[in-house]
Design a protein around this ligand. Sequence first.
Ligand code: 5HM
Length: 339
Amino acid sequence: MLTPTTFRSVEGAYLALLRLATKEPEHQITARGNDAREVIGVQFQLPDPRQRLPYLVARKANPVFQFAEALWYLAGRRDLEMIGYYAPSMRSSSADGVTLGGSAYGYTLFNPASGDTIAPFDRVLELLRTETDSKRGYLPVFSAAELAVSDNPDMACLAGLHLLARGGRLHMVCHMRANDLDCGLLSDVFSFTMIQEYAAVQLGLELGTYTHTIGSAHVNDRNAERVKKVLYEADARRHPQHFPFPAMSAETTPATIARVLEHEELLRTNQAQYSAEDVAALDVDAYWQQAVLLFEVYRQIEHEQSESVSRDVLDALHPGLRWLVGHRWPACVTAGGEQ
Ligand code: 5HM
């Protein structure tokens, strides 16, 4: 087969790659102190990139982090202050304790490079507006300069994103030099398909296919037990969960992202507390209100050490997001359900 295998959702791709790397590894490697099983040069395609969340009890995907990271990228940020709140483990990748380096992909994509005045993302959109069939809509992320930094704690794993407008749809091909199949793949696919959908909205195009290609696809030995549990669950279950994910609102602009992030900051710093009714009245549309609801869930868990996330907020969540929150923080949701 010369074309990539397609999957209905990221979950199928994730499971297939875990099986491949753990059951038929090509290599056993040790790189920067991590032992891993690896396959080289793999790819898959999602015909519907909106199906970007896995519903596996053993994996406990964190939808709050997924939205936070996607927004952090879309806003072109690199600060630890925001992303470290949702993923404390990312703090260890920062060289100065304030910013992230190569993995702050949005910073590279959505800000002008030094000496330029226009961000690469905006240049590519302009190119696709003027020559739809262009093959040049490539957004490089990995840079050779990263190799020159000795003991670089944070070298971009994303080589680049390629946007191709064909037949009224915006396709994306993602090239990763390396992908941790258990820990990195899911959040990467979530965020990159959000960038793809955001680009499609800006161009007024339908969402096309998403193709993910990986140089080194690996599973770290330290995650082997969890991976076994995930694969066991997938093999044993009779009825996989599937919650179709809604389309990003066609009105989404950079100002929308900025407004969502204003609410995110208020919640992260506990300067605001929102009920579902408050969120419904906010200056962001229903699609992005879901992100604000997730940030409110997390505020209650982090700042109130809440044993029960308020029922109205949970009920206002999209069923798939509610399912994920319930499995990630079961104690909080069960208690809330009893109110
Ligand atoms: O030694 P190296 O720089 O390749 O280690 C980075 C590790 O983080 C690799 O296992 C890589 O696959 C994983 N990773 C990922 O899968 C890292 C990032 C952040 O750049 C990412 N996805 N987005």
